[in-house]
Design a protein around this ligand. Structure first.
Ligand code: NCD
Length: 330
């Protein structure tokens, strides 16, 4: 495996992306209804979001957000997160408007804050934002008074994904306390891995990251207290209650040369590898899955796979997030 950037500067870039987002957080107080990252959620926020999402599954309410307006501001590609927020908002009675980086004034050079202020001036009461830069939702939250929901910011966080992942695990296991989670693959570029590590360790799960040094620098251990690192997937499998596979984020590799053959040999989840894990292990993936890369089709479609269940639960969890943001009464 050859690297275009030395491991030291990659580690520094990793550290910087965490630190700059944290600094931005300290300097302002945003709407308490925003969802910017897992770190700024209180324990009671976490529990009430997970509980509220569960209530929706049992009895979907009638339109508590009727005549409310949600803007979806997507500077990066998305299928499930965008549709899920949109369906969640509409199912609660809210109207939505989608602004994407292409086909909008963003293409003409409009700044993030100007675009956000424009949407708010038109009546958007909440902005759900996905952006390639870590900390972009925090910048928007500092300049606007409406709640901002982070739908993924660069390599920083993806809080709604972590909440729906926890929610999905809790559909199958009574508690996260002591549960052993193995997150495998491109941890370095994964906001999903970071948000999950922060949330799962808060809920007292044991989190182990697994991947090659190029995609999992040693410093990743510092993301959350108690996080461990292993390079040996086969050896880690017998001790896993949940395996969360992650996509190699080709769009963020910036110069990193990765041998696909080596990656598949060491880190692809195959049926043979799955047989090394406990028989009731849960297999998860935030999507989009690249079949034949991080996992085989056989595993993706197996009875152990919760992939579509995660997607389904995403709508319930995002309803709870939007209700919290907009203060809808039910
Ligand atoms: C992820 C993302 O965009 O961070 N997907 C998602 O939102 N479910 C992961 C990825 O792109 O690989």
């Amino acid at each position: 495996m050859s690297l275009g950037e030395d491991p030291h500067s990659r580690s520094q870039r990793f550290r910087r992306s965490i630190r700059s987002a944290s600094l931005r957080k300290e300097r302002f107080s945003h709407s308490s209804r925003s969802l910017l990252d897992i770190e700024s959620l209180s324990d009671s926020d976490i529990h009430s979001l997970l509980k509220e999402a569960g209530r929706f599954k049992i009895s979907p309410r009638k339109s508590p957000l009727v005549r409310r307006h949600v803007a979806l501001l997507f500077y990066e590609a998305s299928t499930r997160t965008r549709c899920s927020f949109e369906l969640a908002a509409k199912s609660l009675g809210a109207s939505t408007t989608l602004v994407s980086a292409t086909a909008s004034s963003i293409e003409k050079g409009e700044s993030l804050v100007d675009t956000g202020a424009t949407l708010a001036a038109m009546g958007a009461e909440c902005i759900v934002i996905r952006h390639p830069s870590s900390g972009a939702p925090h910048v928007l939250a500092r300049h606007l008074t409406i709640p901002i929901v982070n739908a993924g910011d660069g390599m920083h966080e993806h809080p709604s994904q972590a909440l729906l992942d926890c929610y999905t695990i809790l559909q199958h296991r009574r508690t996260l306390d002591g549960l052993r989670l193995l997150l495998v693959g491109d941890i370095f570029h994964s906001r999903v891995a970071r948000s999950n590590a922060l949330l799962l360790t808060r809920l007292r799960a044991q989190v182990t990251f697994c991947g090659p040094p190029a995609l999992l620098p040693d410093i990743a251990e510092t993301i959350a207290p108690g996080v461990r690192i292993t390079r040996d997937f086969d050896a880690a499998l017998p001790g896993a209650d949940v395996i969360m596979m992650l996509r190699v984020q080709k769009e963020r590799l910036s110069g990193l040369q990765l041998s696909v053959d080596d990656y598949i040999r060491d880190y692809q989840l195959t049926s043979e590898r799955l047989a090394l894990a406990p028989a009731d292990v849960l297999v998860m993936h935030p999507g989009p899955m690249v079949r034949g890369m991080e996992l085989t089709s056989e595993v993706a479609d197996s009875a152990r796979s919760l992939v579509l269940e995660q997607v389904r639960n995403g709508v319930s969890v995002r309803r709870a997030i939007l209700l919290r943001a907009l203060g809808g009464h039910t």
